[in-house]
Design a protein. Sequence first.
Length: 367
Amino acid sequence: MNLRTALYDCHVDAGARMVPFGGWDMPLHYGSQLQEHHRVRAEAGVFDVSHMTIVDLEGSGAQDFLRHLLANDVGRLTVPGSALYSCMLNEAGGILDDLIVYFRGEERYRLVVNAATRARDLAWIHAHRAARGPGVALTHRSDLAMLAVQGPVAERVLAQVYPAATMSAVRALRPFQFTEQSEGFVARTGYTGEDGFEIILPDRSVSTLWRALLAAGAAPCGLGARDTLRLEAGLALYGVDLDEEHTPAECGLGWTVAMSPPGRDFIGRAALADRVPRFRQVGLVLQGRGVLRNGLTVRFADGAEGMITSGGFSPTLQQAIALARVPPAAAAHRQCEVLLRGQPVKASVVKPPFVRHGQPCFSLTAP
């Protein structure tokens, strides 16, 4: 039986179509995935993301342990209330997961990792903590819920829910900053390409906040809209665009690996130093009719081939778009062909993201 978030009954009462996802029963949509997508781009939507795994680490050596565990360097987080995005790698440099780490104070951190990789991630962290962080206390916060309020008016929605003192702290946040208030943990982060906030609070309080956000004008949104929004924003999905067989550089995330300072011995560093990337990530925009799907073959004029990792129809652009993994030399091409039902259809090669703040952010090269 799948797990359920504290908002399961609220979703059912709202008419959500519930589907299994990462071991959880989650809302796919509340009637129209398309309308939910457009609401987030134009106004604000709220997502239940309580299936995500929240892990608190604190105690002597917490920073040193995370500097060994993660490819990005938490040593860069010098001010409490700041956060960064990182990959967690295996010894071969492959991606075990992507996550956000929040710096809460001296030797105090919070990780938010993916739902589908929860058991493996926790086992991996525990195993390495025994050797590299024996003084670090690790707590899986299964008592907490998480909401994402996303869209250009997300801040205005929160202002109708939170008191003035809390909103003063919330308004001061820049991307990848957070504040901890009596109402909860509020971070200016998200997975949609829009301004927005992710809020962590106790399970027992989340239904009250959910109803207040809906009353303030946020539209309830499900996994379907979350996926089309993140694809337009060029954001990777673990298990689709990222996996253990590929390095961050092969998945468009080379910027998340901190090779400096040279003395930091993080897991996977030695492998990355010796491993030449076999692929690069590119964006594709279909020039003809059709839908780009995961797993389709991408062909270039010089005979090189790649594969679509994430594909779909962009409601904002009204075009089919995709993220693809291709040989490094092929990434310089401006055009390619995608095999749709065995037939080649032309596509433009672009640099993600496709949409930023509701507007196209790439230019197509004429065929």
